[in-house]
Design a protein around this ligand. Structure first.
Ligand code: SAM
Length: 351
């Protein structure tokens, strides 16, 4: 039964591909509830009911890639492009620090304008002024030398989703030349440099199957990342996938719970895309085992331009206001937003 499969996964932190495929393909409401209850107990044993917040700064929506699902891909001539200047990034951190953020996530399209010569002093300044904060980068694929320079400047963590664990599916979602194998090599390089790495995938992207989701899980098992970000695919009106349905909320919850069970101490966000397809998405994510939320710290005048998909949630209110709402929403489900760097807890063997 699926209950027995979930129990096996819980006990051994792994399950063979065939049973995982059946589980993902056939889980019922009761199976979801059961997986969530185990995921919540595991999360609490490591992190209690604390929610770590990461201040997201959307550096640039210029991008040299043409990932077919993404609203800011190079081929979208309708996107209104912007860049946040390094001084302004620092101001976002100042504001974020006052609000209680102790991790800043600098994310953007793959924008060659941000050379190492521009990024290094920016990161150094944040590092020197906020030695108690973590600096997370999510700037796509760069060279090994670049990753090293940014690490030496003070960055600690790097987010780079593998998007799908199936190489041919990866090709269908991307443009020629973009390969899953390269993506995985980048993740390994980042890890070897010393970054805490985050990877993950979209749930319900066009062409995804239970089998490809199983491959996603085996990649997570292989890479053993400190952070795992998953969220539903959401269509963008200027993309070839504009008529495709968004990823399912219940499947996203189920995958979140399975990931928490497989990688007990991972840092797992309830993503903005989950909050976009469901008004209670963030709460549902947290109650499925997520323990991180990444509110937006970007300046208001660029908020409505970093549009990876349609109807993106939480674009309208100031950081302080949305943080206050988040605190209340989390309290209502028995969790508390904390002022904390929220580092990865190394797994206790035998636990
Ligand atoms: N350029 C960097 C990169 O590729 O890692 C960071 C920015 S990229 C836009 C961040 C993430 O947005 C991607 O990893 C992808 O999973 C997600 N994303 C893009 N388009 C999406 C969509 N239509 N629906 C849901 N998630 C999407």
């Amino acid at each position: 039964t699926n209950k027995a499969r979930i129990d096996y996964l819980h006990r051994f932190r792994q399950l063979n591909d065939k049973d995982l495929t059946i589980l993902i393909d056939t889980f019922s409401k009761e199976d979801l509830m059961y997986a969530k209850s185990i995921a919540m107990a595991i999360k609490e044993s490591y992190y209690g009911r604390d929610i770590y917040i990461r201040g997201l700064i959307e550096l640039t929506n210029y991008c040299q890639c043409n990932c077919l699902y993404c609203g800011i891909r190079s081929g979208n001539t309708k996107a209104e492009r912007y860049r946040i200047m390094p001084d302004e990034v620092f101001k976002c951190c100042e504001k974020g620090y006052e609000l209680g953020f102790r991790t800043f996530v600098i994310q953007g399209g793959e924008d060659p304008w941000y050379t190492d010569d521009k990024l290094v002093p920016m990161i150094q300044k944040i590092r020197n002024n906020y030695p108690d904060c973590a600096i997370t980068l999510s700037l796509g694929e760069r060279s090994r030398t670049s990753y090293e320079k940014l690490y030496d400047a003070g960055a600690n963590r790097y987010l780079l989703r593998h998007e799908t664990g199936d190489a041919s599916h990866y090709r269908k979602l991307h443009s020629p030349g973009q390969e899953l194998a390269d993506r995985l090599t980048h993740l390994k390089i980042l890890k070897s440099i010393g970054y805490q790495i985050g990877t993950g995938f979209m749930v319900g992207s066009p062409g995804q199957t239970p089998e490809s989701l199983v491959k996603d899980l085996s990649i997570l098992k292989e890479l053993n990342p400190e952070m795992v970000g998953i969220g539903p695919f959401v269509p963008h009106h200027e993309s070839v996938f504009k008529a495709c349905p968004p990823g399912r909320v219940d499947l996203t919850q189920f995958m979140l719970a399975l990931i928490r069970i497989m990688l007990p101490s991972a840092l797992i966000p309830a993503t903005t895309s989950l909050g976009t397809v469901d008004v209670k998405g963030r709460e549902k994510g947290v109650l499925s085992g997520a323990n991180v939320i990444m509110p937006n710290l970007s300046p208001m005048n660029v908020r409505n331009k970093y549009l990876l998909y349609d109807n993106k949630a939480y674009t309208g209110s100031e950081a302080a206001e949305s943080l206050e709402n988040l605190r209340k929403d989390m309290e209502l489900i028995g969790h508390q937003v904390v002022v904390h760097r929220g580092d990865f807890i190394a797994i206790r063997e035998g636990s």
